[in-house]
Design a protein around this ligand. Structure first.
Ligand SMILES: [Zn+2]
Length: 308
């Protein structure tokens, strides 16, 4: 009798063990599956918690910059008409579905060329656009895409701040309502992520830079997206001194017709020890900030002037 009881106890213990092993394997296995899904297979757009990713997308001679903070996206400009297809492909690859903030810095084709396709292909949150129209097919295409999705753009007001993920964004330009040159209508925005900041200058030229300085905005930034593709029309000495960037990024096409970036600008950067990243040499550049440090997905480019 006791022997049977003892055997039963052993059997019970064995079954208990089996159940525990089974539970650990199935529950643990499930967890591993779920995590793998999120990391590899899911098209969920989630960047690492607390990190800001800035993609300076290679759209040839034009600008398009994607900022991602966890599940939030912001797109500053949308490249040219010709680059629209590739831009959409890029955004799909990094699982963008909704663009929470869409900024059209100014109505030139190299900045708003792909904007109509972006509006048609993605859900759009808040859109910013300067109060300046252009009598071009490209501009009309953007306006009709906006109408078709009932999007009304907000006019930028210098000094206005808004939150994007855990960052604070501040609009610094335009500071006037009328300019001779369309480039100076460019929306200039600074994005601060704890101790690190990024400045996006659109195609703002010296005139706008002077106004920004006069306004007394805190324009110091770790990474400066050079105004107007590194043209000598922008990045004046005083502006560069006050931004005091560690890194500069130029968005320009390989062998572009304008010789961007110009030799005066690359010269200044070299002299002041600013590391230069450039889409004409590096392709798409991705900077990641954890709020304390910024890292890049590639090595800096050269200080060579743009070759025509
Ligand atoms: Zn431009």
């Amino acid at each position: 009798m006791t022997k049977i009881l003892k055997n039963n106890n052993t059997l019970l213990k064995f079954i208990q063990c089996l159940i525990i092993v089974f539970l650990v394997l199935t529950i643990g296995g499930c967890n591993i599956e779920v995590n793998k899904d999120v990391l590899n297979n899911s098209k969920e757009n989630v960047t690492e918690k607390g990190k800001l990713k800035v993609h300076y997308i290679d759209v040839g001679q034009g600008d398009s910059i994607l900022l991602q903070f966890e599940d939030k996206n912001m797109l500053i400009d949308a490249g040219t008409n010709a680059s629209a297809k590739n831009l959409i492909k890029y955004l799909n690859n990094v699982a963008v579905k909704k663009i929470d903030f869409l900024i059209a810095t100014h109505p030139h084709e190299d900045h708003i060329g792909g904007m109509d396709d972006i509006i048609k292909n993605f859900n759009i949150g808040t859109m910013y656009m300067p109060k300046k129209t252009a009598n071009t097919k490209t501009f009309k295409d953007v306006v009709s895409a906006m109408k078709s999705k009932n999007i009304k753009a907000k006019e930028p007001v210098a000094g206005e701040k808004f939150n994007f993920g855990d960052t604070v964004c501040e609009i610094m330009a335009p500071n006037k309502s009328k300019y001779d040159n369309i480039n100076n209508y460019s929306i200039v925005v600074k994005v601060t992520h704890n101790n690190k900041s990024f400045l996006f200058a659109g195609d703002a030229e010296g005139v706008s830079e002077k106004e920004i300085l006069k306004k007394g905005f805190n324009i110091s930034a770790d990474v400066l997206k050079l105004g107007h593709h590194g043209s000598h029309s922008s990045t004046t000495n005083e502006f560069l001194k006050r931004v005091k960037p560690k890194y500069a990024v130029v968005c320009a096409g390989r062998g572009n017709d304008y010789g961007h970036p110009h030799k005066e600008i690359v010269g200044k950067l070299r002299e002041t020890g600013v590391k230069l990243y450039r889409t004409d040499e590096n392709g798409t550049i991705v900077a990641t900030s954890d709020g304390k440090n910024i890292s890049f997905n590639c090595k800096p480019g050269s200080y060579n002037r743009g070759k025509k």
